[in-house]
Design a protein around this ligand. Structure first.
Ligand code: GLA
Length: 515
């Protein structure tokens, strides 16, 4: 079949975006960037089960998994082949119980509503590994900074369900810094004793009931994340875990948390001038061992900005993911550079061990330099698609960090394309290979478990440009069917090469499957 230009890149719907000055500047025409094209088709009324095909958990620990499924509710769920320790609630699709003994359990999920039925396989792997696919969820930092409260976290959980994000696989509701007390802070409700007489960490007045909070999150089938530092104080100046590491980790487990971000911060003072690999590893190895000894699955996210080539040892010390660089909030106008740098460590990406280039910051986010009140991102629509494509092709954790209460149709359509997310969640866990075509154009190629390849055709230039890919670059041969993942549309059968018109600072993301 003859190759044709991708004319459907033209908008299906256009909404006008407010251009704010949140500290970012883009080299393309603001008039153009003010238009927002909706690429992702709306979910269909019939059920469509999403989520990972493989799920890791540790034997004997509490089990919680909400089946991500789009389609009109009510939906009735049935899971065939579940071990007796696990039960699925047919009306919520939430599977609970205790992780069975070591083994692989192949189950079949069925979802039915008045419009149709859908089935999907899931392999539950009860063993030592967690996060067999990149964690997905929300983190409060870039929206709420030190303004975060219990109420906002509960609201984020409500909205994760209501917005449909949970139906495509977003799962974790993660509290970042500032939930504890600080020795000093502008908000007197965040100032108080750091610990009680037994040395137990004390949440501040904005978090009156941590167990109640995680119970609330869990009641929706979602999971809860928390944050601390190995230093005496966190980056925001709140109580850290230094010399209380085990006590705090046990407390987090008792409270019911499922995810821990461990942020280096003031540990710098403790490490002092020691820049050895052992010094970098020490606090993370310690916490990694503690977490493994708990009777709860807690995903461990290392945050130390890439020091000591953390990608080489983050997994070995017990981490499921590690930040590869500093705070992306300060580099949002350099999204392509950040991604390309992260992708240099692609060989270290594998199931249960993920390079983390930081959060997805689109929609309403607060300027990182000012820890500002959320404003609508000025990032051009095309770049937001490129951002989400890069994170998906790099198998990066997909953690949204924006104001959930202000999610708009456009932002949700960038966050919730299930075909793009499926690339991120592919069980092979490969991070895409970059092929640079010239200074402005590049490809990112991700091998998928079924033998197909997901490819991002990227254009960093100021004008629309053709990006071509031939089969030698992809190590493919013969006829390939090509699907546009953002538009969820078959483009036809191609031989030898494929090319597309890629918008300025944007992407065309396709999947090549053998005919
Ligand atoms: C560091 C981290 C951020 C965030 C803040 C909180 O800067 O890199 O992701 O957690 O601390 O203070």
């Amino acid at each position: 079949m003859k190759q044709k230009p991708i004319s459907y890149l033209l908008s299906l719907t256009v909404v006008v975006m407010l251009v704010t000055t949140a500290g970012m500047s883009y080299g393309i025409d603001k008039g153009e960037s003010a238009k927002k094209d909706i690429y992702t088709p709306r979910p269909k009324p019939q059920p469509h089960i999403n989520g990972p095909l493989v799920y890791g958990c540790r034997p004997g620990h509490p089990f919680l998994y909400r089946i991500p499924c789009q389609g009109n509710r009510p939906i009735t769920f049935l899971v065939e082949g579940l071990p007796p320790e696990l039960k699925c609630n047919p009306s919520t699709g939430i599977i609970t119980g205790k992780v069975p003994e070591k083994g692989e359990y192949d189950v079949l999920i069925l979802a039915r509503n008045s419009k149709g039925t859908n089935i999907r396989k899931l392999k539950i792997v009860a063993d030592d590994q967690l996060a067999l696919t990149p964690p997905m969820g929300w983190n409060h930092w870039y929206a709420h900074y030190d303004r975060i409260t219990d109420k906002m976290v509960r609201e984020a959980a409500d909205l994760m369900i209501k917005s449909g994000m949970a139906d495509v696989g977003y799962q974790y509701i993660n509290i970042d810094d500032c939930w504890m007390n600080a020795p000093k802070n502008n908000d007197s409700l965040r100032v108080g004793p750091l610990r009680d007489e037994q040395g137990n960490i004390l949440p501040n007045h904005h978090f009156p009931d941590m167990k109640g909070l995680t119970d609330y999150i869990h009641s929706k089938g979602l999971k809860a994340g928390i944050y601390t530092s190995p230093g005496t104080l966190t980056c925001g100046g709140f109580a850290g875990a230094y010399q209380h590491e085990e006590q705090d980790a046990r407390q987090f487990a008792i409270w019911g948390f499922d995810f821990l971000k461990y942020d280096w911060c003031s540990y710098e003072k403790i490490a002092g001038t020691d820049k050895s690999l052992e010094a970098y590893q020490k606090p993370y190895r310690q916490m990694g061992n503690i977490l493994k000894s708990l009777d709860r699955d807690i995903v461990f996210n290392l945050c130390q900005y890439g020091m000591g080539d953390v990608w080489k040892w983050g997994g070995e010390v017990g981490g499921q993911s590690w930040r590869t660089s500093g705070d992306l909030g300060f580099e949002l106008d350099r999204i392509f550079d950040v991604a390309l740098r992260n992708s240099e460590f692609r060989q270290y990406s594998k199931p249960g061990e993920w390079n983390d280039p930081d959060y997805i910051q689109i929609g309403w986010i607060g300027n990182a330099s000012k820890q500002g009140i959320p404003e609508l991102t000025p990032m051009p629509a095309e770049t937001q698609y490129a951002y989400m494509s890069l994170w998906s092709l790099m198998a990066a954790p997909l953690i949204y960090s924006g104001d959930m209460s202000k999610l708009d149709e456009f932002t949700l359509n960038v966050l919730c394309n299930q075909e793009v997310i499926e690339v991120n969640q592919d069980p092979l866990g490969e991070s895409g290979l970059v092929i640079k075509i010239d200074t402005e154009r590049f490809l990112m190629i991700k091998k998928l478990e079924d033998g197909s390849k997901a490819v991002g055709l990227f254009n960093r230039g100021k004008n629309t440009a053709e990006v071509a890919v031939d089969w030698t670059m992809l190590q493919l041969s013969g006829k390939q069917s090509v699907r546009d993942l953002w538009h969820q549309k078959e483009l036809g059968i191609f031989e030898k090469k494929f090319s597309a018109q890629v918008p300025a600072q944007g992407v065309v993301m396709v999947k090549f499957s053998k005919r």
